[in-house]
Ligand binder design. Structure first.
Ligand code: PMP
Length: 454
């Protein structure tokens, strides 16, 4: 470790509390400190280069230090970095909203900005709740969510979250939501069709019994990312849309992780021609550059908030940095790059390459299941391939495997024992192949030793 790294590590350990990190482990470890980026690589203070295998937590799209996005931010710096959207307009937020509406599923027409995935979900929840209050339907105030879903870490988004490891501790602080089983085929006794139908039937049962009390169903369309890249059986989302229409409740699609090309189309909803009532966007919206989020809804929902001041229909929600101009400028450049570089059109060979590798990986010892939708993939490591029994949480097999990959030049982060593969959407085939080679090689050669020593 060079002197500069030593100094930084010392100061980091002294001053910083890292998210989702057991700090006792951190304090005992030799952490990597990232100093710069170069295309699809991260570079640490020792000069080591790592392929950004999880897109800097699922948000990077075109790589790091992308000239066009860098320039867009610089240009905006010369104008203004931030001014509030509370009672004021701002050029970049308008330009971005117009661009978003053009590419989103039809019917989504009103953009409410914020700055994180979790806030975009909080806003969706409050919007749906107040929509029914504005209409005088005061009993419609509950939400249906899927087990193992993840919508962010604020109290509202945790209330509709179903990942017990993260959420159990905060149980008493949460509002009550109804949970229906996630269609998770690997953990379901039956085929894809039965798995999809089982979940839809459970949701219908809740709706049949209490639709007059339900405001909305919230779901991550197609892929439940944080649950371990659970890929829903085809038709589940369309089924959800049908049910929500049939029983007169709203559908909130949380595309925070799936949006902006991750699943092979611009938005996951487009795979099943679904237009939700509310969509949540964040992460990739700025190409992974700056914190920005958007909750976009229909004119019908928007119109229900119109009224005299005295009617108290105003949406009383906002954040200081809502619609930040630098972030909006980055987001506009991000969307332009999607078009100029034909990013979506270039995805099929990359998706096929991942699929080919996953087929090989699936046959390796202790690989229980591989799951993929577009450029989102999960490799689940299990103790027993036949019974599908997992390793105990404390053994941290996934984390150890990712540490071994890091030593070979791939920056990865697991979800328990699911190795997540989520490269930047615009990654080139050669870098993607290098990343996949590291992943397969580590599972093949290092995993047996990791298991033996765990
Ligand atoms: N929703 C989904 C589906 C997510 O995957 C995430 C983050 N992983 C969030 C919401 C929360 O986003 P943020 O971390 O920006 O608050």
């Amino acid at each position: 470790m060079n002197a500069k790294t030593q100094k930084l590590v010392h100061a980091d350990k002294k001053y910083i509390w890292h998210p989702f990190t057991q700090m006792l482990d951190w304090l005992e470890a030799d952490p990597v400190i990232i100093e710069s980026g170069d295309g699809f690589y991260l570079i640490d203070t020792e000069g080591n280069r790592y392929i950004d295998g999880v897109s800097s937590l699922w948000c990077n799209v075109h790589g790091h230090r992308v000239p066009k996005i860098d320039q867009a931010i610089r240009n905006q710096l010369d104008k203004i970095s931030h001014s509030t959207l509370l009672g004021l307009g701002q050029t970049k937020s308008i330009e971005l909203a117009e661009k978003l509406i053009k590419i989103l599923p039809q019917g989504l027409e009103k953009v409410f900005y914020s700055d994180a995935g979790a806030t975009s979900v909080e806003i969706a929840i409050k919007m749906a709740y107040q929509y029914y209050r504005n209409r005088g339907e005061k009993s419609k105030k509950k939400f249906i969510a899927l087990t193992e879903s993840y919508h962010g870490d604020t109290i509202g988004s945790v209330s509709v979250g179903g990942i017990q490891t993260f959420h159990r501790i905060f149980g008493e602080l949460l509002f009550q939501a109804e949970f229906a089983p996630s269609p998770h085929q690997y953990r379901f006794d039956g085929d894809d069709d039965q798995c999809r139908q089982f979940s839809l039937d459970k949701i219908e049962e809740i709706l049949r019994n209490q639709s007059e009390n339900i405001a909305a169903v919230i779901a991550e369309p197609l892929v439940q990312g944080a649950a371990g890249i659970i890929v829903h059986p085809a038709g589940f989302l369309a089924g959800l849309r049908e049910l929500t229409r049939k029983y007169g409740v709203l559908l909130i699609a949380d595309e925070v992780a799936t949006g902006f090309g991750r699943t092979g189309k611009m938005f996951a909803c487009q795979h099943e021609d679904v237009s939700p009532d509310i969509i949540c966007l964040a992460k990739g919206i700025t190409g992974g550059y700056l914190p920005l989020a958007a909750t976009i809804t229909t004119t019908e929902i928007f119109d229900s908030f119109l009224g005299e001041i005295s009617e108290m229909k105003t949406f009383f929600h906002g954040h200081t940095y809502t619609g930040n101009a630098l972030a909006c400028a980055a987001a506009i450049a991000n969307l332009e790059l999607f078009e100029e570089n034909k990013v979506i059109e270039s995805l099929p060979p990359k998706i096929r390459l991942i699929d080919e590798y996953l087929k090989r990986i699936e046959n390796l010892p202790n690989v229980g299941n591989v799951r993929q939708k577009g450029l989102m993939a999960g490799i689940e490591i299990v103790k027993d391939k036949i019974t599908r029994e997992s390793f105990s949480y404390e053994k941290t097999i996934g984390a150890k495997l990712c540490s071994a990959m890091r030593l070979k030049g791939a920056m990865m982060r697991p979800l328990s024992d699911v190795i997540v593969l989520m490269p930047p959407v615009a990654i080139d085939l050669t870098t993607l192949k290098n990343l996949l080679d590291i992943v397969v090689e580590t599972i093949e050669n290092d995993l047996p030793e990791i298991i033996k020593n765990a």
